[in-house]
Design a protein around this ligand. Structure first.
Ligand SMILES: C[S@@+](CC[C@H](N)C(=O)[O-])C[C@H]1O[C@@H](n2cnc3c(N)ncnc32)[C@H](O)[C@@H]1O
Length: 281
């Protein structure tokens, strides 16, 4: 993460670079932090949702043909979506769960099957309370399945997912693991189909991720959001190198959106994030 102003939160910062072998210890500490500050984070995040909603809308425009062109008929498709580091589901999982295809599709014709993953058991429990427990069906026909744990331990068959979303979550991995995750996600995304059961051509799976814009081998803040138990860790390759990894030939990804956006965090700090939407080709 890059910051351009200095605040009290920054004064608490102690640069720290965990080696790969420290990764498990770092994640266990991060889990404790998110468990402890879940309520504060969720209050804070509720007031800072607009950028996430903007990029989620972009993703949905690429993913669901009838969102981009309402006159297009739905095809009864079940979209398999993985969300990495979903927190308590605010605002992304909630929007997906409540997405009503009836307004842009034949009623009940298509649906989302969302796999919502987070490291923090407290956040997952809060999400389940708000949105429903494991594999619950909603009025909209969408389904949700919660998986608590480290995203790097997840595994899915190649070409099995329609979308993978990770907002402000991959940034918590050591950067070497971020590169591994990008390559894995690319493999999990479906390739375009020449023709589906309904005779229509399907686009490839889509990923929406954000990253720190400025390179950092690892940055620690002891009291994020002013919380005594708000120990945090982030790292980043920086925009140029991240995009190099995304564009590696073996990933087969076409970049649809690459934008660096400045945000206000923790009161007054300007933080720059790289937002990427890419489609499997
Ligand atoms: C800044 S919050 C973002 C939450 C949500 N995506 C949002 O946009 O509000 C980061 C989330 O990533 C989760 N997280 C951090 N490291 C993770 C990991 N290795 N695997 C899964 N989730 C992780 C944290 O528990 C936390 O809920």
């Amino acid at each position: 993460m890059s910051t351009t102003n200095t605040t009290k939160a920054e004064e608490n910062a102690q640069p720290h670079i965990p080696s790969a072998s420290d990764s498990e210890a770092m994640k266990s500490r991060l889990k404790e932090s998110y468990d402890a500050i879940a309520a504060t984070y969720n209050d804070w995040t509720t007031q800072h949702s607009s950028l996430r909603e903007k990029y989620l809308d972009k993703l949905l425009g690429y993913l669901v043909p009838s969102v981009a062109a309402p006159s297009q008929p739905g095809h009864g498709q079940v979209y398999r979506i993985l969300e990495l580091g979903c927190g308590a589901g605010i605002p992304v999982t909630e929007r997906l769960v409540n997405f009503d295809f009836a307004s842009s599709d034949e009623k009940g014709a298509s649906s989302f099957h969302i796999v919502a993953n987070d490291l923090s058991s407290t956040q997952v429990e809060l999400g389940q309370k708000r949105l429903g427990g494991s594999l619950v069906s909603f009025q909209t026909n969408n389904l949700i399945e919660w998986i608590q744990g480290d995203m790097t331990k997840l595994s899915f068959p190649d070409e099995s997912l329609d979308a993978v979303i990770g907002m402000y979550s991959i940034i918590h991995l050591p950067k070497e693991e971020q590169a591994v995750m990008i390559r894995r996600i690319a493999r999990w995304l479906k390739r375009p189909s020449s023709s589906d059961d309904h005779g229509s051509v399907g686009g490839g799976g889509i990923m929406l991720l954000n990253f720190g814009d400025e390179a950092s081998d690892g940055e620690v803040i002891d009291k994020w959001l002013g919380e005594d138990k708000g120990w945090m860790y982030w790292s980043a390759w920086g925009t140029e190198k991240t995009m190099e990894i995304v564009r590696e030939k073996q990933n087969g990804l076409e970049v649809l959106v690459e934008e660096v956006v400045s945000e206000k965090e923790d009161g007054a700090v300007d933080v720059m994030f790289l937002w990427v939407i890419a489609r499997r080709t």
